[in-house]
Ligand binder design. Structure first.
Ligand code: SF4
Ligand code: SF4
Length: 109
């Protein structure tokens, strides 16, 4: 579930507002977006994936609210970690070729 918009990192591009499939965020004039409808979050990680400055944290827990501390998240490299693991961003290589999900699909046929 979405847990954090970092005010210090956010550049107010509103990409997350536009990308979220369940309209969790509200635009705020001259400020980072607000998490307005947290319970609508589907933990899809799309906002974290598209945020260009790693300003978002989506916790893997889908139903439970998690208490988060921005400094700790940053220290552990968890802000934007989904984006990093997918290989999106400058000077990163896509990790798509490592995805073994197709093996599951093959088993299902
Ligand atoms: S995508 Fe990232 S930088 Fe852009 S508004 Fe959302 S949190 Fe801020
Ligand atoms: S994880 Fe998905 S559903 Fe949740 S706020 Fe981000 S984009 Fe929206």
């Amino acid at each position: 579930m979405i847990e954090l918009v970092s005010a210090s990192r956010c550049i107010k591009c509103n990409i997350c507002v536009n990308i979220c499939p369940t309209n969790v965020f509200d635009r705020v004039p001259d400020a980072p977006p607000a998490i307005a409808r947290k319970s609508d979050c589907q933990t899809c990680f799309m906002c974290e994936l598209y945020c260009p400055v790693d300003a978002l944290y989506v916790a893997p827990e889908t139903d439970l609210q998690t208490s988060v501390n921005e400094d700790e998240l940053a220290q552990k490299g968890l802000l934007g970690s989904y984006r990093e693991n997918i290989g999106w961003g400058t000077k990163r290589a896509s990790t798509a070729k490592n995805d073994q999900t197709f093996q599951i699909l093959k088993q299902m046929r």
